[in-house]
Design a protein around this ligand. Structure first.
Ligand SMILES: [Fe+2]
Length: 244
């Protein structure tokens, strides 16, 4: 039997100008945490073959953030849906999509969140689902509130929902944020504006989708996510160590 050395998986390089730099000086904490130098390690077969998520671990109820407690959370109920697509517009099926967000008052259920806004006993702010055959995902939640974050004077984050896209293995995980159309806080938010290309920045904003609205029950927003290529949705660098 002959040995042929390690099998290397073809490398994918992100397109220039779509994704934010790890170091964005206006976004204060990146000054300290951005790496001085990055060494890209070769992608080996091990990284994409395991461990894998067991799909049985996710059930339908995980996608409804308004049904995780005895009562319904306060706030504006919304539907957030979209499709996970690859560079060629093909659906990415069977992929874990996770979301996390503050409640309608702009407060996360997290020890580090000291914002003096009320917690909601009926809202945890975490959901997950696995994309269907068309790459589709759908969440029911409440519209998150804006919150202050101390980056600069009067710094308030525009309303947003964090997304984690696991892909087929843990090393493929991507993180991004979804915003709501017409938010007046966009202009002063250094995280939103860390995506320098204004066209790419627009891809972070969901669209009001009246076709998916449920009459007299909830408005719907559509957020399609493109995983790579020049039309890709801007993704945060790093491994989710994101404090806002
Ligand atoms: Fe946030």
């Amino acid at each position: 039997m002959t040995t042929s050395g390690p099998l290397l998986v073809p490398e994918y390089r992100r397109p220039q100008g779509v994704h934010p730099d790890p170091r964005t000086p206006e976004y204060m904490s990146t000054r300290l945490r951005a790496p001085e130098r990055l060494t890209v390690l070769p992608h080996m077969l091990t990284e994409i073959t395991g461990p894998l998520l067991g799909e049985g671990l996710v059930n339908e109820a995980d996608a409804d953030l308004t049904r995780q407690h005895h009562g319904e959370p306060l706030g504006e109920r919304i539907i957030v849906h979209g499709r996970l697509l690859d560079e060629g517009g093909r659906p990415v099926a069977g992929s874990l999509v996770e979301v996390w967000q503050p409640n309608a008052a702009g407060r996360y259920r997290h020890d580090r969140d000291r914002h003096p806004a009320p917690l909601d006993p009926n809202f945890t702010g975490i959901g997950r689902c696995v994309t269907d055959a068309q790459g589709g995902f759908r969440f029911v939640t409440v519209k998150p509130g804006a919150y202050p974050w101390g980056n600069h004077d009067n710094a308030w984050r525009p309303a947003h929902i964090h997304f984690s896209l696991l892909g087929r293995a843990f090393t493929q995980r991507l993180i991004t944020q979804m915003y709501f159309p017409g938010d007046p806080l966009f202009g002063q938010d250094p995280i939103f504006n860390s995506v320098r290309d204004p066209v790419a920045r627009q891809r972070l904003i969901a669209h009001l989708d009246l076709s998916e609205t449920v009459h007299e029950w909830a408005l719907a927003y559509r957020f399609d996510i493109v995983l790579r290529g020049p039309e890709s949705t801007p993704m945060e660098d790093g491994e989710g160590d994101h404090d806002s």
